[in-house]
Design a protein around this ligand. Structure first.
Ligand SMILES: Nc1ncnc2c1ncn2[C@@H]1O[C@H](COP(=O)(O)OP(=O)(O)OP(=O)(O)O)[C@@H](O)[C@H]1O
Length: 417
């Protein structure tokens, strides 16, 4: 059956392809929400016979597109409809992008204009997975927009593998390299370019979500955490760290630290009970999952700071962490706000911030965002301390009381992680 359909000459929202053997030009895909989709007249698999009276048989897809591009007003298609029009039985899937994607830099995309650019951490609604390599998706931040093409999980994993094997000879890639740096250093990111997510609203009777603050050294993570806890110590608490150093006379076991032997500490590390740990002046210090659990079991909101390398360990079904990145403001702003601030490091106490400290903070923040930005639920710029404290307080309450996107595995499975 031949059908004639008319569409106005604006971007059609469909891609076409040429059959390698027969030379037939067919509709490869119809973009969800685009003109062709909304018209309900074009389907993937339809064979094009004529465009505006010009037979397309034997033409290359580019030539057909040229005819379309030169058309003004109404476009007339003559086509043979695909015999089995697809019945939509796809369930909508939501994913968190674990990498940036720029379709205009991707030589592999069938139609760059139809691509959907996205940044790591953005939540995408996948509306069509019919094509093994190219899915159709929208951003949840703009669901009224027409869908765009994104590389499928399968395609990304293949690209990651190619990148892996081609290192270091293939610097040019359409996917921002940061993803692959993670891919190289962390197997789980390599295995999952997208993370399936669901909307989660904590039940008031459930334990609070763990609040994790990350940020470059000196940005104010401790200051903000301290102020938050001081604002309401009955609601917020830190986790008591473990240490192997000797207890001082004025200290109490379980108040400043849990004092344990080196052997006990090391056993906790080996049995993955430490979220992070480190050595200082020959003694071990660390934050344990048990210490976080104790705070949560008291019905409080546990607020900890963590090196970003510890994020993966903390992201479990049990703790359901909400991760807040504390970001430095511009160096020129920090010159003003940090005039009277003091650095507290292992070596110096009460040192003024120097120009290179501010630069290092900015560089370190950029690296953290490039490597771990996909895990940040919230970013707070610590410019004015009072404002940043208020933003932190409301973010922490939002995390507990409002629906948030979390990994589907935290909700759909009773098992760890
Ligand atoms: N917005 C701000 N304006 C002015 N001073 C600030 C601001 N935020 C933090 N400070 C000050 O900067 C100094 C460093 O802050 P803080 O100790 O919290 O850093 P940090 O991120 O915890 O770094 P580290 O992990 O190295 O301790 C402190 O003196 C703190 O009071």
């Amino acid at each position: 059956m031949k059908m004639q359909i008319r569409l106005r000459a604006i971007p059609l929202g469909a891609t076409i392809k040429r059959h390698e053997i027969t030379g037939d030009i067919t509709v490869a895909r119809v973009i969800h929400g685009g003109l062709a989709d909304r018209s309900g007249l074009l389907y993937a698999g339809d064979k094009l016979v004529e465009v505006n009276g010009v037979p397309v048989e034997g033409l290359e897809p580019e030539q057909v597109i040229n005819i379309l591009a030169l058309s003004q007003g109404t476009i007339m298609f003559k086509l043979i409809p695909v015999s089995d029009r697809p019945v939509s039985n796809q369930t909508t899937l939501y994913v968190r992008a674990m990498a940036d994607y720029w379709p205009l830099q991707d030589p592999a995309i069938p139609c760059a204009d139809a691509g959907l650019p996205f940044k790591k951490g953005e939540i995408l609604q996948i509306v069509d997975q019919n094509d093994v390599f190219w899915w159709q998706a929208r951003k949840v931040s703009d669901l009224s927009a027409c869908a765009g093409l994104i590389p499928s999980n399968h395609l990304l994993k293949r690209k990651q593998r190619e990148f892996w094997w081609s290192q270091p000879f293939q610097p040019h890639l359409c996917l921002k390299s940061s993803m692959f740096f993670i891919g190289i250093s962390c197997y789980s990111a390599l295995a999952a370019p997208y993370e399936e997510v669901v909307r989660y609203q904590r039940h008031p009777a459930d334990r609070n979500r763990l609040i994790i603050l990350v940020g470059p050294a000196g940005v104010g993570v401790n200051e903000l955490r301290r102020r938050l806890i001081a604002s309401n110590p009955r609601e917020f608490s830190s986790a008591i760290p473990h240490t192997t150093r000797v207890q001082k006379s004025y200290e109490m076991n379980g108040r400043e630290y849990h004092y344990v032997s080196k052997e006990t500490f090391e056993n906790m590390v080996y049995s993955h009970r430490m979220l992070e740990y480190g050595e200082y002046k020959g003694y071990l210090y660390g934050t344990s999952i048990d210490a976080v659990r104790t705070v949560l079991d008291e019905g409080k909101i546990c607020v900890i700071d963590l090196e970003p390398q510890g994020i993966q360990v903390a992201r479990t079904h049990e703790l359901k962490p909400y991760i807040i990145f504390i970001k430095p403001s511009s160096i020129s702003c920090m010159r003003q706000t940090r005039k009277n601030a003091r650095i507290i490091t292992d070596y110096y106490v009460n040192m003024k911030f120097k120009e290179e400290d501010l630069q290092e903070m900015e560089d370190s923040a950029k690296k953290m965002e490039a490597q771990f930005g996909q895990f940040f639920d919230q970013v707070i710029v610590n410019d004015n301390l009072q404002e940043a404290s208020e933003q932190l307080l409301s973010a922490v309450h939002r995390a507990q009381d409002e629906p948030q996107w979390v990994p589907a595995i935290w909700i759909c499975s009773n098992t760890q992680p």
